[in-house]
Design a protein. Sequence first.
Length: 154
Amino acid sequence: MALFNIRVYGLLVNEQREVLVTDEWIRGMKITKFPGGGLEFGEGTRDCLRREFLEEMNLKVEVGAHLYTTDFYQQSAFNPEHQIVSIYYIVKALEPISVRISTQPFDFDDAQRARYKEERECESFRFIPWEQFSEDSVHLPIDKVAARIFKEMR
């Protein structure tokens, strides 16, 4: 039976006009994407995004305006029986970021590499300057659409 996989992501721009992305090693693939993740049953999309930022970055965020929801068919890269629906919001950090911010893509530290060996996943966060940010900054097809819309609106 085919299933929907609902994902919720946040686009965060800091005071230096840089866009936050996460570089992830997932199931043998390197992917640059926006922070966020899967909607859990019984959870609203805004609550999901707040939870994801807390889990991944220990960061409280304010979820602002809705930016984009997938409007085309996207099959999951990890499960061909799943259709991906992604929802994007603009978010604002409510406190300073306390996790390590990398300056290079896929720049995992020793703790992140150790976690990768145990869980087969790894992630690091970095900011991309606004002038360099584009749809080519992210890898997933739906993220590219959201990035293009975000860039055009600002």
